[in-house]
Design a protein around this ligand. Sequence first.
Ligand code: M6R
Length: 640
Amino acid sequence: MSQRHRASWARVPVPDCSAGRKLTPMCGIVGYVGGQNALDVVIAGLKRLEYRGYDSAGVAVLADGSLAAAKKAGKLANLEKELADRPLPTGTTGIGHTRWATHGAPNDANAHPHLDNAGRVAVVHNGIIENFAELRSELTDRGHELLSETDTEVVSHLLAEAYSSAGDLAEAMRQVCRRLEGAFTLVAVDADAPDVVVGARRNSPLVVGVGDGENFLASDVAAFIAHTRDAIELGQDQVVELRREGVTVTGFDGELGDVREYHIDWDASAAEKAGYDYFMLKEIAEQPKAVADTLLGRIDANGRLVLDEVRIPAYVLREIDKIVIVACGTAFHAGMIAKYAIEHWTRVPCEIELASEFRYRDPILDPRTLVIAISQSGETMDTLMALRHAREQGSRVLAICNTNGSTIPRESDAVLYTHAGPEVAVASTKAFLTQLVACYLVALYLGQVRGTKWGDEIVSLVRELSDIAKQVEQVLGTMEPVRELARSLKDKNTVLFLGRHVGYPVALEGALKLKELAYMHAEGFAAGELKHGPIALIEDDLPVVVVVPSPRGRSVLHDKIVSNIQEIRARGARTIVIAEEGDEAVAPYADHLIRIPATPTLLQPLVATVPLQVFACELATARGNEVDQPRNLAKSVTVE
Ligand code: M6R
């Protein structure tokens, strides 16, 4: 490769939090230059990014010295139909976009790409240009006609102007970026600059795929994984110029930029449905492997943990006096479970907080606080802002993340990657289980480093953790009655979920899955809270899922939940009980009994969550819902 970029991995300074206050919509972006039909490459890439947004889609290609574009409201399938009816000329340079609308209705006019008035420049964008109103009126005064309600369109007009004086598309992009306020990823082509694609990023993801005689730009490596597994992670405020023969990365000031090259450790087949009807079904089925992969290489021959990635020195970990976990959605539920394990195994006080609430309440943080940020995508804006806030207060941040090269690990002091492989379905499944595994590893590692657990205790806990993959496999083999039950409940309006101890976050996770996929009223409660209000919701034949802790070990928890089951059943609830094999005490009170293998109490969420994922997926299917792309949602929530 003849790239002029410098490969280095500089410690990222704590960014100015005010920059992240800007709203950044999701959206998927693809750019290509090479020897293939650009439209085919771009459309295939957009299909892999549709999880990021599916309100509208569009493409632009350069062919024979001119630019051709097409865009359509709705899913990518609408654009494909449009392209079949009105084909674009064939070219080898192109860009594409799939949108999750925040500003401007999801119609054809607001779909990307946006062109300048001469139809020579096309721009796709992920983000908000905050000073667009001022730029728009400036452009209008100079005679430009803007045709959409978007902020993006100002960029295509400004870029066309800048190119006419600079004569170089990357320089034009740098000039424009210096004028923009907000958060953005921009990718553009100009008919007068054939075989060139330029991109820019600030607070929004953009990665480069490095091929042989071809190069790619995308919001996520999944878009180009079928062509190359070599990638370059761009830094903040950088512009990239893509040509067939190489990639040049500079800062907005024109100085050569620092970047990091990396190899993607999964291949294109990992991002395919592999014969499953939905990505979610495939991802549920992949959980045993994902769990095993996340443990791989992290346990030595003596059963001790080797977490070389945790680059926070042992003496710092020994001095930590508080742990704060920040996360959103499903990752938050993983964090809730982590709190039980961390406090039990390390005796360090641990708080778990919704990332979206964290920095607004002035949390008490200092250099002796370890903040753990959990995120599958590594791009969740709330979590990113929480970790930036923590670092500004001098705390160390450890990220638990599934996406190599994403912003959250890049801005953290250390990262423990989950090896779940790409998670495409919007509803998180295998990411959750691997987040749990990573949290258990961190908790045990802290116990090892701080000496709160004896070596043989760690060996035995690690062995139990290593057994979980086959227990998840076992659960997956017994799911037909769960699917049947889900289908029978398709006309219900409400399902409640109860749990105690680590079963409580599992109940919350079961409810979240059902809300987002089946669009049903679903709520999770700590079973002990029932009598403080929620029991009033119980009525005849109301389905209530109860996650029962093991009768071994903390049997008091078990006995209490058996009482809770009796209480709700006496009031007419239809009880759906998840209990470990051999737990006969619950059987008389279960209208439906779902068996899971016996595990240590703290590890039970790894097996108890699986039936709830299957239940939600099947109920959504029975109700005719889009399983992989539920309404109103997108996979990475890059808006605050
Ligand atoms: O990428 P992240 O793990 O940061 O995402 C956090 C949540 O947005 C995510 O878990 C969301 O709740 C899922 N759709 C739940 O299935």
